[in-house]
Structure formats: structure tokens, C-alpha cells
Design a protein around this ligand. Structure first.
Ligand code: TXA
Ligand code: MG
Length: 316
């Protein structure tokens, strides 16, 4: 762990101004979005972006999402296709990331795109993220604010617990309402689902009036959210469990009871918001394995199952 005195900033004017000043000076600030906390750096500053990779222990070939305050700012960075225009109009600001061809002279550090010809763009809806982006006045690169491969943070305390000492500040906006990372859509040969997430794929398909294509393994960049093992707690995971076995703690859902439940009423929105936090809390009990109740594979359940499968995958 590093030895920076990580500041915990309140979600007031003073906190926001301080967070923006640190970002503009090349520092790292974790900030809340509606999905998860992001680890922000000015996307225009090579040195600052390089420090994101250091703080997370993230491989450099994994590109980052650039966050913009609004669609106009995003248009200055990438060229939108007609499908991208429709999705942006329908779902921004919100938990959707679009991967689009980067504009020449966009002024985004090549470390953000890992040298690819495309850039991942998102306009977050969280009011604090919005105010921060406007105060910074430029794009902010931000992966989830966790050490690479581990559970994403949905509380300021989760960030302090793992990245404290390695970053300048955390802006505390309380729990993230969605709880899962954004849905990522690319446009390589038609709209393609690159990562299921906080915006259900069904909503995107309804907007486009056509099914999304699946991610092709061949063309996919090797990025952490797409690696088999990711989003992992310390404990192993056993999925689709109806009850705990000896030595396990149990994460319930609906009628399947547990030590904690993602949602007693079987509500997928509530389950998504609880997922990473409950996994963290069960992990802290020190059991060798966490058993997880079956989760229906539609709507947000698809993204929840995607994260659970990666958390359960054999570790590399
Ligand atoms: O909700 C979220 O998306 C959060 C918040 C902070 O915005 N961010 C997040 O970032 O989840 P990260 O770095 O953990 O995941 C970004 C993913 C990478 O796994 C990578 O797959 C994809 O975005 N990505 C970024 N640039 C890309 C590109 N040019 N082509 C394909 N995928 C890209
Ligand atoms: Mg991540």
C-alpha cells in the first residue's frame, strides 16, 4: 500500500471544488457514479492516466472509459454512428458506455485507449459525477476504483479500504444506486454487446429495434472486465446453490435464504445494487467459499450472472 494521505471529501461545494482541483493538477480522485465508484484522472494528462494503472495494478493494454459531462462533449472526442446517436439520446446520462472511433486530435491520452482506434465514452447520470465533470471542464478517465481483478466498490469506504494511500482523494457520495458497471456497446459491424451491465440489454434492443450481436472472442481486446477471472472476492464461489454446504457462507435471493440476501422479494434492481457490497461483507467473514442462490438470467440478472461467473472462474 502507498503512503499518500488520501483525503475523504464530503459531497458539498468545498469537496467538489477540491476534487476538481486535484484532478486538474494531475491527481487521482475516486468519485461516485450511479454504477460504481470510478478512479478518475484527467483523460488529457498522460502522467495522471499512467498513475491509474499503477494504483490499480492494471495491465497497460486494458483501455479505460472516458467520462464526459454531456453528449456534446462526447461528440468532440469520437465520431458517432446513427445507432450510437439513438442510444445516446435515449440513455445518456446513464449506465451505458459506447465504444466509437476516436476523432483525430481528440486530445485524449493514448493510454486511455491503449492505442486502439476507438474510445469508450460514458456520460454518467450521478449528480456528483455531473458536477465534478463540469468543474473539471474536460474528460475524466475512470475505471472502477478497485485493485485490478477484485470486487468493484459501491461505497467510499470500499475505495479507502483497498486504494487508500495510493490516491489523492475519495469524494464520498454514499452508496451507488445501480451497483453494477455500465453496459458497454460497440459498433464493429452493427451494435454489439461488449459487456452486460447496469442498463439491461433488452432496453437497448428495444431502442434499436434489433437484437445486439454478441461479443466475438476473436476480435475482443483482452481487457480486465472481459477476462474469465475478474470481480473476484478472496473466497471461492459456488453458483446456483440452493443451500450452504459445511464451510460455506450463503448469499440468498428470493425464496432461497442466506446469511445475506441480494433481495428477499426477488427484485433484480435491488439485487444488482447489493451484489458487490454483499460479496464483500460475506468475504470478510473469512469462509473458504460463498454459495450463491440462482439468479434469473434476464434484465439486470444477465449482468449479475456475468459478474458472478467471472468471480467464480479459476484464478489465473
Ligand atoms: O460503470 C462503469 O463503466 C465504471 C464507471 C466508473 O464508469 N467503469 C468501469 O471501467 O467499469 P473499467 O475500466 O473497470 O471497465 C472498462 C471496460 C474495460 O474492461 C474494457 O473492456 C472496455 O471498458 N473498453 C474500454 N475501451 C475500450 C475500447 N476502445 N474497445 C473495447 N472495449 C473497451
Ligand atoms: Mg473494473
Amino acid at each position: 500500500m502507498g503512503d499518500l494521505p488520501t483525503e475523504c471529501l464530503d459531497a458539498d461545494d468545498a469537496g467538489l471544488q477540491r476534487a476538481a482541483a486535484i484532478l486538474k493538477a494531475g491527481g487521482l480522485v475516486a468519485f461516485p457514479t450511479e454504477t460504481v465508484y470510478g478512479l478518475g484522472a484527467s483523460a488529457r494528462d498522460d502522467r495522471a492516466v499512467a498513475r491509474i494503472f499503477e494504483a490499480k495494478g492494471r495491465p497497460r493494454f486494458n483501455p479505460l472509459i472516458a467520462h464526459a459531462a454531456d453528449v456534446e462533449a462526447a461528440r468532440g472526442i469520437a465520431r458517432f454512428t446513427p445507432e450510437a446517436d439513438r442510444l445516446a439520446a435515449a440513455f445518456w446520462p446513464g449506465p451505458l458506455t459506447l465504444v466509437l472511433p476516436i476523432r483525430e486530435g481528440a486530445g485524449v491520452s493514448p493510454l486511455v485507449t491503449a492505442g486502439l482506434g476507438t474510445v469508450a465514452l460514458r456520460v454518467p447520470a450521478h449528480p456528483l459525477a455531473q458536477r465534478l465533470l463540469r468543474a473539471v471542464g474536460g474528460p475524466v478517465a475512470a475505471p472502477s476504483a478497485n485493485p485490478s481483478g477484485r470486487l468493484s466498490p459501491t461505497r467510499a469506504d470500499d475505495v479507502i479500504g483497498t486504494l487508500g494511500g495510493r490516491i489523492e482523494a475519495v469524494l464520498d457520495g454514499g452508496p451507488c444506486p445501480v451497483g453494477l458497471e455500465s453496459t458497454i456497446v460497440g459498433f464493429d459491424g452493427g451494435a454489439r454487446l461488449l459487456r452486460p451491465g447496469g442498463l439491461p440489454a433488452e432496453a437497448i434492443e428495444a431502442c434499436l429495434g434489433a437484437p445486439l450481436s454478441a461479443r466475438t472472442e476473436a476480435g475482443a481486446p483482452t481487457s480486465p472486465g472481459q477476462l474469465a477471472s475478474h470481480y473476484a472476492p478472496e473466497a471461492g464461489l459456488r453458483l446456483n446453490a440452493e443451500a450452504a454446504m459445511p464451510g460455506e457462507v450463503m448469499l440468498g435471493f428470493g425464496d432461497v435464504a442466506g446469511d445475506l440476501s441480494l433481495s428477499h422479494g426477488g427484485d433484480l434492481t435491488e439485487a444488482a445494487a447489493n451484489l458487490f457490497h454483499h460479496l464483500r461483507k460475506l468475504d470478510q467473514r473469512g469462509a473458504a467459499r460463498i454459495a450463491v442462490a440462482p439468479i434469473p438470467d434476464h434484465g439486470l440478472g444477465r449482468a449479475i450472472n456475468d459478474r458472478l461467473r467471472r468471480a467464480a472462474a479459476p484464478r489465473g
